[in-house]
Design a protein around this ligand. Structure first.
Ligand SMILES: *[C@@H]1O[C@H](CO)[C@@H](O)[C@H](O)[C@H]1NC(C)=O
Length: 414
């Protein structure tokens, strides 16, 4: 008598199948083991334009008041493959010192902002850029900085001490100037595995922790198991911009219970916040409340990993034709990342999607796809509008990746 012939065995089998089949389907979709990349063919004059000096910029933001893009980049081609805690790369490279870049979408040139008063390592990841409420021609820039934890690396018996001590840096930049000033560092025990930031004022910022576990088997389970809804979004209120590290701030949990929450983006209104679940392949259009908590309003599902979301506000919108929508980039064969992420010459295919409300749901459009030869491991994308051509709405789509040697710009129809 076989085990499965018993009623118990059958129901156990059915229960397992009910769990494993949707799980398998999800992983075939999001992990992309059988996907054949289908690189977008670009028309004459549609790019790609390669932006020089944009090495490993994980995030990019379009600051509309000045029509400038901001990115935080690693700047060196080798360091990220040893030290980048979000990929589980935990061999410190103390010389890693990235920078904030400004990319002008009119000239397609990137320039590094020089630090005025900031020394030491800068291992970049997510950023946010907001207007200085007291100075219209200046911005505040929040940026994740993945620092090695001296308590681990200087200790003798350090197994239980985390290897990374990631924090957030707050900078101030006067537009058109060549420099950026460090305002303060932000650290709190609730900030563990920061990925992206969303600021609503110079004193108030939301931060995603993309994992509960920093390394090891449990982290792998967390990546693979959809019920591992263990990540948090932390709110930090800065009570003193002149204080340092963990002083002059209050931190609290703004949201918890999502699987692998990752990117954060601004949305249609002041209080809208868009959250991505990277492995879940979903965007959550959400509201942040005056009490600094977040609630989810609706979900936009995609067929790929979803990294940093952005919102495109169509400046040519009319009641009849509004191209405003959410843009999100992500790798399409994430299943291979554990291997490719160690290889400076690997390619990671990706897609960039765009979604706008339609009826009760969402109309989704693939804006750009690549096999990894033009853009590797796309993790953020923004649309910069251009004047409609013969009534057709078009935009420059800027795409950047956490392991891409160059940001690219391609012209797309909307
Ligand atoms: C925060 O405010 C929202 C909206 O008013 C409310 O639904 C929620 O319960 C509040 N949460 C806490 C912890 O007070």
């Amino acid at each position: 008598m076989g085990f499965l012939s018993s009623a118990f065995g059958l129901s156990l089998f059915a229960a397992l199948a009910a769990i494993l089949i949707p799980w398998g389907n999800h992983f075939i979709k999001i992990g992309g083991p059988f996907l054949t990349p289908n690189p977008t063919v670009l028309a004459e004059g549609h790019g790609p334009i390669y932006i020089e000096d944009t090495v490993h910029c994980e995030d990019v933001h379009h600051y509309r008041p000045a029509n400038l893009l901001f990115a935080a980049c690693e700047d060196f081609k080798s360091t990220r493959f040893d030290w980048f805690p979000p990929l589980g790369h935990l061999t410190p490279r103390p010389e890693a010192r990235g920078s904030i870049h400004v990319v002008d979408p009119k000239t397609m040139k990137s320039s590094r902002l020089e630090f005025e008063n900031f020394e030491g390592p800068f291992v970049t990841h997510g950023i946010d850029v907001i207007e200085d409420p007291k100075q219209a021609d200046a911005v505040y820039i929040f940026a994740v900085n993945h620092l090695p934890n001296p308590d681990h690396w200087l200790a003798e018996d350090a197994d239980d001490i985390p290897k990374a001590r990631s924090q957030i840096e707050l900078f101030h930049h006067v537009l058109e100037s060549k420099t950026v000033q460090h305002v303060r560092s932000i650290w709190h025990p609730l900030i563990k595995t920061p990925n992206d930031v969303y600021a609503d004022s110079p004193n108030s910022v939301y931060i995603t922790n993309d994992h509960f576990y920093r390394e090891g088997h449990m982290r792998l389970i967390e990546d693979l198991w959809p019920s591992a809804k263990w990540t948090t979004i932390i709110h930090v209120q800065l009570t003193d911009l002149k204080a340092k590290d963990s002083a002059g701030l209050d931190a609290s949990v703004a949201h918890s219970g999502l699987w692998n929450n990752n990117g954060l983006g601004h949305g249609r209104t002041e209080d809208e916040i868009v959250i991505s679940s990277a492995m879940g392949g979903e965007l959550y259009v959400s509201t942040r409340h005056p009490n600094n908590t977040i609630s989810i309003k609706s979900t936009i599902p995609f067929d790929t990993v979803t990294d940093n979301p952005s919102f495109f506000a169509d400046p040519y919108r009319t009641n009849a034709d509004d191209a405003s929508g959410y843009v999100v980039a992500g790798v399409t064969q994430g299943l291979y990342l554990p291997k490719t992420a160690k290889d400076p010459d690997a390619t990671d295919p990706s897609q960039v999607w765009y979604a706008r409300p339609k009826g009760d749901g969402w109309e989704k459009k693939l804006l750009f796809e690549d096999d990894g030869s033009r853009i590797r491991s796309a993790s953020a994308a923004v649309l910069v509008p251009i004047e409609p051509e013969k009534g057709q709405k078009k935009a420059w789509l800027f795409v950047t990746g956490f392991l891409s040697e160059k940001m690219i710009a391609v012209k797309v129809g909307l």
